[in-house]
Design a protein around this ligand. Structure first.
Ligand code: NDP
Length: 312
């Protein structure tokens, strides 16, 4: 088999992708040519795409079998009206493991109350602040997809009491899996640490708003590596000021980089991380890309296709 690939990812990553796509396609014995500047769009079979790459108009690529997004989030390609070809989001082990590392680190920070000790003045001996055991700490994850479920598993294996919420029903022997409005209320009013791993869709926009914050336990902590659009910033800041919310660790924002003057930078109970919770790792991502190309050439269903109706 011989395929023509258009690399429409970020130019800075071209050298790395070039090497790893070659390795992955060679391993599967797929002959290919790959370019950053296709002369004839009609000859392109597959597009490797990143929202921060050069491609905006997909219309000329009439014979493309798959647009493989290099990111997990698909709000940018989904909103591109010229993109009508099948679209796959990125699911790959590096991205998944990285997210669990980030989530575990910040859950433990809140669980142990570490920030209190950082903030202590010299001589302030906070000896009464003994954390509960992990088995008595309730963690809620909004979004039990590839990333959310992996984080739920890791937190549960560590010993935390974990609940998760998703659109469709899931079953898991150790994790309380919830759906619908009743499930949403239950996770809000029982979780001490809430992690947001929902995609950015019409339904999830500003899901963390004043009304829903009021349903949460007093002193809850929030970790948002999902998307900035999930949170009503004003409501969150108000809840942080009143102490309803103990702390927020935020990795994603409406505007990125987060503007210098944004109140989050100055809030003592907010930790801003610069969208580094996780990232696609080129070597393992290329194995997924190659596998999807092989599937396309063998008329097998692609993996991780985006459902445009649900928006993720
Ligand atoms: P998935 O599509 O695998 O999972 C999304 C989860 O959200 C699913 O469990 C889905 O439910 C649930 N969901 C979606 N809409 C609703 C809704 N209306 N009500 C209830 N549940 C809903 O995505 P991933 O796990 O791969 O990624 C999640 C998000 O993480 C990405 O969309 C991206 O925004 C963000 N991300 C952030 C990164 C960072 O560095 N900060 C890196 C990578 C991703 P169901 O299972 O029923 O479909």
């Amino acid at each position: 088999m011989m395929v023509n690939i258009f690399y429409a990812g970020n130019n800075d990553e071209w050298d790395e992708y070039k090497v790893h796509i070659k390795n992955a396609l060679d391993d599967l014995d797929i002959k290919y040519s790959m370019t950053r500047n296709p002369k004839n769009p009609l000859e392109i079979d597959y597009i490797v795409y990143a929202p921060n790459g050069p491609l905006k108009d997909f219309k000329p690529f009439k014979n493309v079998k798959l647009v493989q997004n290099l990111w997990a989030g698909v709000e940018v390609p989904i909103s591109n009206k010229s993109l009508t070809q099948p679209l796959a989001r990125m699911v790959e082990p590096g991205l998944t493991i990285g997210m669990a590392d980030y989530v575990m680190g910040h859950v433990l920070r809140y669980h142990l109350g570490t920030d209190n000790f950082y903030k202590a003045k010299p001589g302030e001996w906070l000896g009464e602040n003994i954390p509960p055991l992990s088995k008595n700490r309730a963690i809620g994850i909004l979004g039990l997809g590839e990333l959310g479920m992996h984080c739920a598993n890791k937190l549960s294996e560590f010993g935390f009491k974990v609940s998760g919420w998703s659109r469709t029903e899931k079953k898991h022997p150790q994790i309380q899996c919830l759906t619908g409005n009743i499930g949403f209320e239950k996770i809000l009013n029982s979780s001490e640490i809430i992690i947001l791993l929902l995609p950015n869709t019409e339904e999830t926009k500003r899901i963390i708003n004043q009304k829903n914050i009021n349903k949460m336990l007093d002193g809850v902590s929030i970790i948002n590596p999902g998307r900035g659009t999930l949170i009503d910033d004003e409501a969150l800041i108000e809840a942080l000021n009143s102490g309803k919310i103990n702390g927020a660790t935020l990795d994603t924002f409406d505007t990125e980089p987060l503007p210098k003057s944004h109140p989050y930078w100055f809030h003592p109970n907010v930790l801003v991380t610069p969208h580094i919770a996780s990232a696609t790792r080129v070597d393992s991502a290329c194995e997924i890309i190659a596998d999807n190309i092989k599937r396309g050439e063998n008329q097998k269903p692609f993996r991780y296709l985006v459902d445009r109706l649900s928006g993720y």
